[in-house]
Design a protein around this ligand. Structure first.
Ligand SMILES: [Zn+2]
Ligand SMILES: [Zn+2]
Ligand SMILES: [Zn+2]
Length: 220
């Protein structure tokens, strides 16, 4: 079975509550006769309600509203974690394509002649080296952040013990390394800011997050 990802902090309870409210439905999801754009719009409206912003029809503006609301509830010295935000528009569309495919498969479970759907057209890419399907986080032509931001915040440390000297631009600027750095901000990174950032992530404020299926990929 193909897995789809879930939205961080939005659990089954929330999803069911919005469904039961009757104000939104997901009738187009899994209906292969529907145009992709209208499936995505229906999912945006539904997701906006799950994030407490009914009536919102644009992912970018939803993300901004959730961010400003969270900021209003935070102490000034801590910013909300990025994962509590809805996905970006580009990432969300890929999620919807995968959910659409999975739902189409379920909807046709009892059909003698189910539609022959190619996962590659629904948010997956085929890795022929390992003979596996991999979720597309972002389209190849979509940058994870504006070019100017990427230039500002990344370092190029790529030794076996990266970011351990003052030549690391992130260390010098006293900011955490991130996925944009050559070190990817992962466990090998010796930037002390990165290490404290990683530990801070694990404070277990996680709600029931098994909303749509098991986690197959992460939010971008
Ligand atoms: Zn570095
Ligand atoms: Zn860095
Ligand atoms: Zn680093």
């Amino acid at each position: 079975m193909i897995q789809v990802s879930y939205l961080y902090g939005i659990g089954k309870g929330k999803i069911l509550k919005v469904l039961k409210s009757g104000t939104h439905d997901l009738s187009k999801l899994g209906n292969t006769h529907e145009h992709n754009d209208s499936v995505v719009s229906q999912c945006v409206s539904f997701t906006a309600s799950c994030y407490g912003q009914p009536g919102e029809t644009d992912m970018t503006s939803l993300r901004y509203k959730v961010w400003t609301n969270k900021m209003g509830n935070q102490k000034l010295n801590s910013a909300p974690k990025l994962r509590v935000l809805p996905p970006t528009k580009a990432a969300f569309e890929q999620h919807v394509h995968r959910a659409h495919l999975q739902t189409a498969i379920w909807r046709s479970a009892l059909d003698a002649d189910p539609p022959d759907l190619d996962p590659v057209k629904f948010g997956w890419s085929r890795n022929t080296n390992v003979n596996k399907l991999e979720p597309i986080a972002l389209d190849a032509d979509v940058s994870p952040a504006p070019e100017s931001v990427l230039k500002m915040i990344k370092c190029g440390c790529s030794s076996t013990s990266p970011c351990s000297t003052s030549r690391c631009s992130c260390c010098t600027a006293r900011i955490s390394c991130s996925a944009f750095c050559a070190c990817h901000g992962d466990n090998d990174c010796k930037n002390p800011q990165t290490i404290s950032g990683v530990m801070d992530e694990d404070d277990g404020d996680d709600a029931d997050t098994g909303a749509i299926g098991e986690g197959g990929d992460s939010d971008a």
